[in-house]
Design a binder for this molecule. Structure first.
Ligand SMILES: Cc1cc2nc3c(=O)[nH]c(=O)nc-3n(C[C@H](O)[C@H](O)[C@H](O)COP(=O)(O)OP(=O)(O)OC[C@H]3O[C@@H](n4cnc5c(N)ncnc54)[C@H](O)[C@@H]3O)c2cc1C
Length: 377
């Protein structure tokens, strides 16, 4: 894809491309088939500085910015969508600390995360509150200088491996009654539940969490009490650029797989890429890849320019993830029966694609956000 990138952005993309091709691509299939969390790779991403790309140098990051970050994420997602979501969710925890944290919180948590010491988890969803966070029931009751948290969180990516959680809980019954907390792993009363068995993203970790009289000091409130919804929505705006990038990287992988298979596979005396129906499918995936990439780059560029990007992030997430699902369907079709066999990467891409239109806001919720933003304009 031809984007107007700086020399630094090109260098970062090449560096992550090389890393992903040499360290992730050869082992991704095996980790996914076994359903194993690739802890060693996740550690290496940290050493490479990928968790600190949005963190300024002052807190141990590189401050490389949103465009560099999406390029890196796309390269990782090309090889393994599970590793990409691990990175994307970690970023979902560093950015709110950067935006809303106290100096003490930034020093304490951003420095180790940016240096790759641990990854993060973002705990918003509950059994009865998914698309609508106003239904959150996890309670946080103030007792002296501490909060006591009780409740259940559902579908928490990285949960069993995270060093810290950004967790949203209810501190009062009213609309503005949500508060964000930073909870270090190992805090008493934060209980990691069983791992979900998923259709795809089998090398990523997804767990439930129980909070049972979990005590969190007041000093670990992120922002102020009552700011939880704002902090979560703000984080999700950035998170959507991350998921859009994951989809762009996967779409590129679909295109790559379809092109190389269609060039080799012969039917009716010629490579199937010479049949017009196959060409049409491949052309459509190529167009979707370009369009999704441009929308994602545009949202990230606005973010780097410190301009509003909520609408563009939602548009990029909606388009890229829907395009990925179309693209994975078409690319698998190009493989014929072989696409249905686990040995082929396209089979994994097809399953991994499915969740991208669901998490960090379903396509229906993106449309709500986009319509609301269009109405305001
Ligand atoms: C693999 C995986 C990883 C995840 N990781 C995390 C994580 O790290 N942290 C976290 O907090 N959550 C995480 N989630 C949760 C995810 O964000 C939610 O599943 C998602 O927001 C949808 O919520 P829900 O599943 O409760 O569906 P629901 O909200 O119950 O929605 C069900 C259906 O109704 C539709 N719908 C709902 N409201 C409306 C409306 N107003 N208008 C039109 N349609 C509507 C939805 O679009 C959907 O089609 C993860 C989920 C999965 C599957």
């Amino acid at each position: 894809m031809n984007l107007p990138l700086t020399q630094e952005q090109i260098m970062i993309r090449e560096m992550v491309h090389e890393f992903s091709q040499s360290e992730i691509e050869p082992v991704a299939q095996e980790y996914n088939l076994k359903g194993e969390f690739p802890a060693a790779i996740v550690k290496k991403l940290g050493k490479l500085g990928l968790y600190g790309m949005m963190v300024p140098e002052h807190y141990g990051g590189s401050g490389a910015g949103a465009v560099s970050y999406i390029l890196a994420l796309q390269e990782i997602a090309f090889s393994c969508a599970s590793v990409a979501v691990t990175l994307s969710v970690t970023n979902l925890t560093t950015e709110p600390i950067l935006a809303f944290g106290t100096e003490e919180q930034k020093e304490r948590f951003l420095i180790p995360m940016a240096s790759g010491e641990y990854i993060g988890a973002f705990a918003l969803t509950e059994p009865d509150a998914g698309s609508d966070p106003s239904g959150l029931k996890t309670s946080a009751v103030k007792r002296g200088d501490r909060y006591i948290l009780n409740g259940t969180k559902q579908f928490i990516t990285n949960g069993a491996y995270a060093g810290l959680f950004i967790l949203i809980a209810r501190t009062s019954p009213d609309k503005n009654g949500l508060t964000a907390f930073i909870i270090p792993a190992g805090t008493k009363g934060l209980i990691i539940g069983r791992e979900e068995k998923k259709m795809g993203l089998n090398a990523s970790n997804t767990v439930g969490i129980v909070l049972d009289e979990c005590e969190v000091p007041e000093s670990l409130v992120l922002g102020r009490p009552g700011m939880g919804l704002r902090i979560a929505l703000n984080a999700l705006d950035s998170g959507r650029i991350g998921i859009a990038s994951q989809a762009v990287g996967m779409l590129n992988a679909c295109l790559h797989e379809a092109l190389s298979y269609a060039g080799q596979r012969r039917q009716f005396g010629r490579p199937i890429i010479k049949h017009q129906s196959i060409q049409n499918m491949i052309a459509d995936v190529g167009v979707d890849y370009e369009a999704a990439g441009l929308l994602t780059w545009s949202a990230a560029s606005l973010k780097d320019a410190k301009r509003p990007f909520s609408r563009e992030a939602a548009i990029a997430k909606l388009f890229a993830t829907e395009a990925l699902n179309r693209g994975a369907y078409a690319a698998l079709q190009v493989f014929g029966g072989y696409g249905y066999i686990k040995e082929y990467k396209i089979e994994r891409l097809y399953r991994d694609a499915r969740v991208t239109t669901i998490y960090e806001g379903t396509s229906e919720i993106q449309r709500m956000v986009i319509a609301r933003e269009l109405e305001k304009a």
